[in-house]
Structure formats: C-alpha cells, structure tokens
Design a protein around this ligand. Structure first.
Ligand code: GCU
Length: 390
C-alpha cells in the first residue's frame, strides 16, 4: 500500500466514524465529488475559534462551494493537540488550530511565545501578531515539517488558577501545576517555583478534580468553556503569557490549490481571524461574569512584579539557547519600549485605560526586522502570490 493511501485511509477512518452524516466515497471526497476539507479544533462549538472557523467555512463554501466542503471537528475529537498536528502534517486532515507551545517541537521560533512577560500589554501583543512582515517569517517556519500557518487567533492572557488561592509566587511552592507539553512551559513553571506537570488540555479538568494537580494556568475561557471553574475556584491575574493559537494548514494541500483557490483560503483565514478576535473580547467579559456569579470563582488581583521577577532571568537563558528567537525578541522589546513611551503602563489594569495621546505602534520593519531575517527560512521578496512551494 502506498504511503499516501495509508494516510488517506487514516483520514477516512476518522471522517467515517466522526462525520457519519456526510457520505464519503474517496480520499477526502464527498459523494457529490467535492473535496472535503477537514479542520481539527480542541475547543467546543461555542468557543470564539469555532465561530471564527465557521466564518472560514462560510467564505470558502460561498466562493468555492462547487469544489470544497469544509468540516470542523471540535472538542479534540480528532485527538489532543500533538496528535491533531501530526494528522495535519501527514495530510490525513487539512487544518488544525494549535497553540504555539505545541508547535515548538516543529520549529523552535515558536518558543518566543512561551517566554513569560514577553509582551508588555495586549496592545503590544496584538500589534506584533497583526504585523505581516513579522508573522510571515514565523508562519513559514514549519514549511520543512510540511505545514504552514495561515492566521492566528487570540487566546488571551494566561494566569494561574487553582484549588487554593495564589497571591504571590511563594504560594506556588509545593504546588503541582499543569503546563502545556513544551519544554519552555516546563522551564517557566520551574522558575515560578511550582512543580510542572505537562499534560494535554483535555486531561486538565479530571486531573484537578482528582487532585493529581493543584491547578493550571490559562485564560478565563478555560474556566467556563472547559468548565475548569467547577474544580478550581481561585484565578490569579498574574498575566504571565499572551500565547496565540494558529490555524495550521497541510502544505501539500495548500500547494495543490490553484492561485485563485489559494487566495480564497487566505481570505477565509483573514476573515476568521477578524471574527475570532471580536468574539474573543465579548466572550472573555462574559466568561468572567459567569465564572464569578454562577461558578463561584474568585478573581484575585496581585502584584504582577513579584511574578515577573521570578521568571525574567529566563529571557536571557532562552535567548542563549535558541538564537533563532533573538531578532524577533529584540523587535518585540522595541515595540514594548515604544508603547511605554506613549503611556501604556504595565499592570493589572493594562489594556483597559485610554492612554494619553494617539498610540503609534512601531512596525516590525521600523524595529529593524524584515528583510534581514537571519535563519534558514528567510523572507522572500514577494509574499502571498500564487502557490507556496515546498
Ligand atoms: C488555550 C489555548 C489552546 C491550548 C490550551 C492549553 O485553551 O487556546 O490552544 O491548547 O490553552 O492550555 O493546552
């Protein structure tokens, strides 16, 4: 049996079991001959990412509905993050939404996002994520692994939550805290002084409930959407990371598209990003209300500096170990400085107040990034035109 057939069959196996309502006849083909495009998602149907992906589906089918049908598989039904990425890598499925921590093993540039307190504010984070010059280089970094990122989704700010209150890093001593399955996440947790317990996202609820771990770290939606607020009642706003999720596509599939089709998929991704970002802001507010009022979760404000002190030495350590992130790091620090100079203060209220004067984010180009990127994956002169070659 040829390699391709094996992967097709693996894909079909999942599709038949999980989407029995849709008749599937060939490798990725619906009964009516349309190519089925499968997307794996770890989150539920009410999550901003699912709503963003619905916009992706709608646009692709509106433009290319005679040729493509998009199917979204939420709730980790195609497997936890690592598994779903592998399915995308082999082409058994076409897309996956993956947190950057899970991409670190495929391209070490992604370690940059695991660096605690990298971005001074949500504004800096969103400026960087929205900067095409900076992002294109990152998006292409997994080409060798067989996949390419099309866009990013906001996954908010990560904070500790646990069965008992965490007011200062001292409280973390002796606690077992779940981290994502990445070496950088483990290092961060150790620097905070807690015992790191790497596991997949889907395992966290039961692990807290059964006392296997004392808590975890994530955004507010983990409390409500993933129900972690039922088992962990204290959420501490220490704000150690802003970590995006990525819409990752199988490169062979993307390269099999005509130039016109590729443009449609890229535009669909852009739209899904817009929808997700807007939905994210709405849902975070609602999640805070539901967690506090209906689930009895207490939100604790804390002295962020105390947490920051513990992990800032990691920046130099990570930069020494991974030179690929150095240039990006410098550019982000310059954007941090630039925004600080314009009145953006770091603290529990960050991102909420109106800074004085107009904010002028510095672009990656202004910060010295862009065409001089030094690594084995360089910026090309022309971007986004026509098919992407491996
Ligand atoms: C967030 C994020 C996911 C990630 C998860 C985790 O929910 O959106 O991509 O997998 O956290 O902590 O594992």
């Amino acid at each position: 049996m040829r390699r391709k057939d094996i992967f097709c069959r693996a894909g079909l196996f999942f599709a038949v079991i999980l989407a029995a309502a849709v008749p599937v006849t060939g490798c990725g083909k619906a009964a009516d001959g349309r190519r089925i495009v499968r997307i794996a998602l770890g989150q539920s149907e009410s999550h901003p990412e699912y709503i963003g992906l619905m916009a992706f589906k709608e646009y692709v089918e509106e433009q290319l509905g005679d040729r493509y049908e998009v199917q979204i598989f939420p709730n980790e039904i195609l497997g936890a993050a690592q598994r779903a990425i592998e399915l995308t890598q082999t082409g058994a499925i076409d897309f996956v939404v993956a947190g950057t921590a899970n991409l670190e093993t495929f391209a070490d540039i992604y370690e940059i996002f695991s660096m605690p307190y990298l971005f001074d504010s949500p504004e800096v984070y969103q400026t960087v994520m929205g900067d095409e010059a900076m992002m294109n280089g990152i998006y292409e970094s997994t080409d060798k692994a067989g996949f390419r990122v099309l866009t990013w989704y906001n996954a908010g700010t990560r904070n500790f939550y646990a069965k008992k209150p965490v007011y200062t890093p001292e409280d973390l001593k002796g606690m077992k805290i779940r981290v994502q399955q990445s070496p950088a996440s483990v290092k961060m947790m150790q620097a905070f002084g807690a015992a790191a317990s790497p596991m997949s996202f889907g395992e966290v609820y039961t692990a807290i409930q059964q006392g296997v771990i004392d808590g975890a770290e994530n955004n507010e939606l983990a409390l409500t959407n993933n129900k972690h607020g039922e088992v962990a009642k204290y959420f501490t706003y220490n704000m150690h990371q802003m970590v995006p999720d990525m819409l990752v596509g199988n490169l062979k599939f993307l390269n099999s598209l005509t130039a016109e089709e590729l443009e449609v998929f890229k535009e669909a991704a852009r739209r899904s990003n817009e929808v997700e970002l807007e939905e994210w802001d709405k849902q975070v507010e609602e999640a805070k209300r539901v967690a506090a009022e209906d689930m009895g979760v207490e939100f604790l404000n804390t002295d962020v500096e105390l947490f920051k002190e513990k992990v800032l030495p990691l920046h130099q350590e990570m930069l020494l170990e991974n030179p690929d992130i150095a240039q990006l790091y410098t550019a982000i620090q310059e954007i941090n400085e630039n925004m600080k100079a314009q009145g953006m203060e770091y603290g529990p209220e960050m991102g909420k107040g109106e800074p004085e004067g107009e904010i002028k984010p510095q672009s990656a180009m202004e910060a010295g990034l862009g065409m001089i990127w030094k690594s084995d994956w360089e910026f090309a002169d022309e971007k986004g035109e026509g098919a992407w070659m491996e």
